[in-house]
Write a protein that binds this ligand. Sequence first.
Ligand code: PEP
Ligand code: MN
Length: 362
Amino acid sequence: MQSRDVETGLVVILCPGLAGPLRRKIKDRLESFGGEVTAVEGTGRFYLEVRGEVAAIQSLVVESWPGVEKVVSLGGEFLHTAADPDRVPEGVNVGSVCIGAGTFSIIAGPCAVEDEQRAVRIASSVAADGADLFRGGAYKPRTSPYAFQGLGDAALQILQKVRAECGLGIVTEVLDPRDVENIAGIADMLQVGSRNMHNYSLLKELGQTSIPILLKRGFASSIDEFLMAAEYILSGGNSNVVLCERGIRCSTATNNVVLDLGSIPELKKRTHLPVLVDPSHGSGDSYRVPALARAAATVGADGILVEVHEKPEEALSDGAQALTLDQFGELVPQLREIRELLEGHGSGVPDDLVSTPGGEDL
Ligand code: PEP
Ligand code: MN
């Protein structure tokens, strides 16, 4: 891993229009806990950058102080994933599609590629309904070694044909570091599945490439572990990482999975990386998928990864959670509408913060 100094810090973003005396009061209070505080002026607002002894301040709930809008952690070990208040996230380009940076991306397709005609039919249908990318598994990580494992290389050839015929970029999963080069030669984006989020050999290998990576959250992983997995890829030199919340294991939940939608605002606060939601593996039931997809759009996800099949009852894997083509067609305009509505309300992280050297004068 690339070695860089681990420097910690915080940025305290103040409410827009906060009066000078209140800004000074917050600065003094932060300094009284030992932080070195620099005031920075943005467009129409101020923020305070706190460096040095930040441990005492981190243990306080600074976000609840009057006049404070938000607190963002800087640095620490999250060298490459941490949100940077001076930089508007640029998003990750997958072919002609940009994930993040204000867009809502829809990645759709069957759990597994089953045969060429079927894959082409599903891809044509989801493309016509507004999907941005096609996802189909060639190599499947199955719980049982006796279950369908995917068509492997034959599926990669099919995926190439799908892209040629339907024009959608291709996302497919890589399970093994030895397959990275081969699959990256065909796909536009590589998925790292939940079970492989902790496969550090695979993550390191992917860090050596420049292909976009869709990194799914391990179903027993904390947010710190999720971001650290992304650090493995970014610190290797590949900055094209998109995160995907896919639910966490919980024995008392329906289908043993809870879709942790609370992780979306948390991740959006902590990292500049785009964050998608997978409502399919996050529920296991197709009837719950549209509601969870709408919820994902509402909580600020940058898009969804959703399983769609022309005949879910015939699917070789994950049929119970696959939307039909019609259900997918109904869902897409609902998601677009939700996003338009939210944009109309000006939701999102302040993106107008620009560091100015003269900002010391609060
Ligand atoms: C999948 O995307 O088909 C899959 C197996 O997902 P996960 O890794 O999230 O279980
Ligand atoms: Mn699946």
